[in-house]
Ligand binder design. Structure first.
Ligand code: HEM
Length: 162
């Protein structure tokens, strides 16, 4: 479902604050996520496994992606390239759709923790909706990549079986 104009307006209005505190928000998000789900760390082979204390470049990359999303909420076509790249990073580490709500809850809690009073119920509801929207876009892309991989594997198995 498309985002409402009201939601988009709130996201755009809060984008500067999220940008200003981007890395604090995403660092907090990983902190919450890895405390609740320590097993999630194993997905992050190139970041948290190599830089266990601060995740190396990961929090900054996620912060940049969240800000780019907020700033382009009116014109998501502009993010087609970066979203395709993220989807491939996710499928490389076998991220699945079921993990999105967990990470989403952690991200929303982190936004609330870092923005404090500025994170009103209205702001939180808008970010919740916007996260779900973005998650659905990525989940669809990742599903297509997994299906393509399966089709290629099947074709190879069939060719080998002849
Ligand atoms: C809307 C939600 C999400 C956004 C915007 C997002 C964004 C990103 C970005 C920007 C990167 C870095 C790409 C690069 O290296 O250039 C990334 C990588 C990654 N993300 Fe996500 N992500 C989301 C959800 C998730 C979820 C639900 C998981 C599940 C655990 C996840 C796990 C990962 C992993 C494992 C990597 C690769 C890190 C590594 O190589 O160590 N992400 N994501």
């Amino acid at each position: 479902m498309a985002l409402s104009e009201e939601t988009k307006a709130i996201i755009k209005a809060t984008a500067p604050a999220v940008k200003e505190h981007g890395k604090a928000i995403t660092s907090r998000m990983y902190d919450i996520a890895f405390t609740a789900r320590p097993e999630f760390k194993r997905f992050f082979v190139n970041t948290w496994m190599k830089h266990p204390i601060d995740g190396g470049p990961q929090p900054a990359r996620l912060a940049e992606a969240v800000c780019a999303y907020a700033l382009n909420i009116d014109k998501l076509d502009a993010l087609e390239g970066p979203l395709a790249h993220i989807a491939h990073k996710h499928t490389d580490t076998r991220v699945i759709a079921e993990q999105y709500p967990v990470i989403g809850a952690c991200l929303l809690q982190a936004i609330k923790d870092v923005l404090g009073d500025a994170a009103t119920d209205e702001v939180m509801a808008a970010w919740g909706e916007a996260y779900e929207f973005l998650a659905d876009v990525l989940i669809e892309k990742e599903k297509a990549i997994y299906q393509q991989e399966d089709a290629e594997m099947l074709a190879k198995a069939r060719a080998g079986g002849d």
